[in-house]
Design a protein around this ligand. Sequence first.
Ligand code: F6R
Length: 613
Amino acid sequence: MCGIVAYKGQKNCYPILINGLKKLEYRGYDSAGVACITEQGKITVTKRSGKVKQLEDVLKKHGMNKKCIGGIAHTRWATHGRPNQINAHPHIDESATIVLVHNGIIENYDPIKKFLKSKKVKFKSETDTEVLVQLIGYFYKKGKLNFEQSVRAALQRVDGAYAIVVLNKDEPDSMIAARKGSPLALGINEKEFFVGSDISPIISHTQQIIYLEDSQMAVIKNDNYEIKSIDKDISLPKIVEKIDYKIDDYDKGKFKFFMHKEIHEQVDTISNSIIGRTTEHNVILNGLLEYWSQIEASDKIFITACGTSWHAGLIGKNLIERFAKVPVHVEYASEFRYNRTLVDNKSVVIAISQSGETADTLAAIKKANDYGAITIGICNVAGSSISRETDCGVFTRCGHEIGVASTKAFTAQISILYLFALKLASSRKQISKSAMTAHLDFSSSLRKVRSVLRKENEIKKIALKYKNASDFLYLGRGLNFPVALEGALKLKEISYIHAEGYPAAEMKHGPIALVDKNMPNVFIVPKDMTYEKIISNIEEIRSRKGKIIIITDSKEKILKDLAHDLIIIPKTNHYMFCVLATIVLQLFAYYIAVGKKLNVDQPRNLAKSVTVE
Ligand code: F6R
């Protein structure tokens, strides 16, 4: 989704902004632009539809003015108006005085636009963003309000979500950043300032970060800055955090795509999510400590999330119900936020989110907070909105995930849910000490991740065989039904092949009509109590000539006879089987997309962090 980077300081802005935009590419976008200002107040705006590289080439050709003292840049993921050069950001008001970049959506742009048109303001683009910059310009030109007051007055009149950074030709030494609903971080170094929609474009310059809260603005003037309220002209405390980061998160290393790198990182990320959180027969989740007595007493748990994180939620439900015997309701955050809810002040609501910024999940959590529930965040990004809006939480600790298709975050989320389920089971006396000890012995299971990754070439060969199929079915039961959903989602996202995940037995209630000799069916078949049943489901497809791909931990001959392609993974427990099967499906989808020569890290239309509703 849209990305922002801005710089104010004495260095040449252009390289900082262009490199910052490159760091934001992972979020998904369709056009990019940059505006820089000189000490004398000359503003230059350059925009292009397409990739940041195209923008960079134009800038290189026409020269990047080294004398600029501030700049704002943006990658746009179109919402209002087509993805073209005119609609790309930055937008400038009609008097070419105020220039702005914006993430989010101005919901009441239409009446404001009508009002401004009645004042003879002329618009160039189809965007809601231009309405905001024209509104700031309108207040400013009337002459009664200064720059800061004009920004505040405009923001007080808009509904919706925004993160903005604004420059003013008359005050080249000033920069204003503000947020409501969309994240924004301010990086501070000696006499220079950086703004980013996340920390990726900032963190290589400074680790001193202020995460702006909703309804806050940062007002930067010369070498000073203040954090102020959007609602009133008051100064607020500056809460600066020192953020640790690993530079390799932003580097593909030997891999061609981040997704591939991130699949391989699971050897470490799964253990990172567990290490230090277990003893021989106990789980320690320090982030939940303060609320644990209420959590363990609750008999209603809700899980809310979107996309891949929602799939993790379905696995969480199965684990919590299985171990702790507490009923769990899992709901898409976009539904949860509007549905009638049975959430109350005795409920626990768990929000799962890699980015911690997904607009629907954030809204769901705010609703749960309003109902008095205990809210828990399972997030990957420290300092993210969801991690701050929830009462307590657990970080997945898998480092920055850049590939748009989520991989390492998913397996870390299910590890955390596994630990949570066991801890709850133990607190509620639903599990014996010896069973806990057995579950918490990860020593051999973690090694198995590596052995699945070693099967990469085998998986690649199979994937390439099926790269021209137009539809896939993914089928699993119990814990592996969400794994089937996740496998299908991965394939859809990066290869644009239609795929559906179903509970294996449910397939005969409709989807079986699709099966013919061309249709691949991916079965996830652990040797557990569902084994015989799934074999019957496979027979049903096989007898209709469907192609059968089986992922299993069983070496029985019957599977070899039934499968056109068989991938055998090491024997392990239920939870780890899901993880290992997921990794196979991630590689399978990856190699199909690579075989189709697609841009795996930036699939069309998708955004990494979905910060609009
Ligand atoms: C799929 C994917 C998305 C996200 C979803 C929620 O690969 O990445 O489906 O899982 O947009 O995002 P988060 O987890 O950041 O809330």
